[in-house]
Design a protein around this ligand. Structure first.
Ligand code: 13P
Ligand code: SF4
Length: 302
């Protein structure tokens, strides 16, 4: 039986919703009921009725799904698929910052572990980071952990003091101006569309900055025929599928090894066994719910 047929059979047999992030292998994206960015995935899992959700993405995404849906069985096919940026927050340092800056609001990117979320006033994704910061009454903000996304917010939100953490995504941070410039020589007419986890110098060159779903939307709506894309290379799967008449170049071919830890074999195993289930302490779920629900209330940006 083909992978897709096996997936379809198991979805019905075990009442499974299969969701996948835009950086998952194309074959997994094609088998999923829904493919999207962090915000879209969180919303979809919450909206859809299903006893079991097999979540193909990295750990923080599956954890957020548990916090927002503690009554659903959230299954993560490979618990070692973890976002290294989430580990860049030292909780003791964060607690000390809060003590030293009681007037500051703590905004944490969803790419954080639950312990960090518990210490945060509100979460955000790349799609709504600017909107979330703008929604806050506090004039002083600590944004963590991504310094690049934080710098991007600072460009657009001028009336707040925003302190940045020193975290970054290794996959996006290594996309260089030089790589983009080389690509621009090949495609001089191309539109440059990038993820806000890229370095500020790369953002300077961009015609559009947005979440993975924002990038897809922009590519679909733009009249340009050629695009230089600054994000993980698997985004090319949907971009090319949905825009067969357009050309997409990925300077440096940035790859997120963690996303690729989830394989079709592991997806089938998870769908058969309904394991491994993501388990989070009840107390942490309760406390992390508030910053995540506040984020969902603010809604999607781009
Ligand atoms: P999106 O929410 O834009 O899909 O980004 C998630 C991510 O991990 C980007 O590296
Ligand atoms: Fe984390 Fe970067 Fe991979 Fe996104 S691309 S999951 S931020 S390591």
């Amino acid at each position: 039986m083909s992978f897709i047929d096996e997936v379809e059979k198991l979805k019905k047999e075990n009442d499974i919703l299969l969701v996948a992030h835009n950086y998952q292998l194309g074959v997994i994206q094609d088998a999923a009921d829904y493919t999207g960015d962090s915000f879209g995935l969180a919303r979809k899992v919450t909206e859809k009725k299903a006893e079991n959700v097999v979540f193909c993405g990295v750990d923080f995404m599956a954890e957020s799904a548990v916090v927002l849906n503690p009554d659903k069985n959230i299954i993560h096919p490979e618990p070692k698929a973890q976002c290294p940026m989430a580990a860049m927050v030292d909780i003791d340092r964060l607690r000390q910052y809060k003590k030293d800056n009681p007037d500051a609001a703590v905004v944490s990117y969803v790419n954080t572990n639950v312990e960090t979320k518990v210490e945060s006033d509100i979460c955000c994704t790349s799609s709504n980071a600017v909107k979330v910061v703008e929604s806050l009454e506090q004039d002083k903000i600590l944004f963590l952990p991504d310094k690049n996304l934080g710098s991007y917010i600072k460009r657009l939100v001028k009336d707040k003091t925003i302190d940045l953490w020193e975290g970054y995504c290794g996959t996006h941070d290594k996309i260089s101006v030089k790589d983009i410039e080389v690509s621009l020589k090949e495609y001089p007419q191309a539109e440059v569309i990038v993820h806000p986890e890229c370095q500020p110098e790369v953002i300077d060159l961009a015609d559009f900055v947005g979440s993975t779903t924002g990038i897809l939307k922009r590519a679909g709506e733009s009249s340009s025929k050629e695009f230089i894309v600054g994000t993980e290379v698997e985004m090319g799967h949907r971009l090319r599928k949905e825009n067969p008449d357009k050309t997409f170049a990925f300077p440096g071919d940035p790859l997120c090894q963690n996303m690729k830890r989830i394989t079709p074999e592991k997806v089938i195993r998870a769908m058969e066994t309904l394991e491994p289930v993501v388990v989070i302490e009840e107390d942490l779920i309760k406390r992390a719910k508030k910053p995540l629900e506040r984020m969902m209330e603010v809604g999607r940006g781009n």
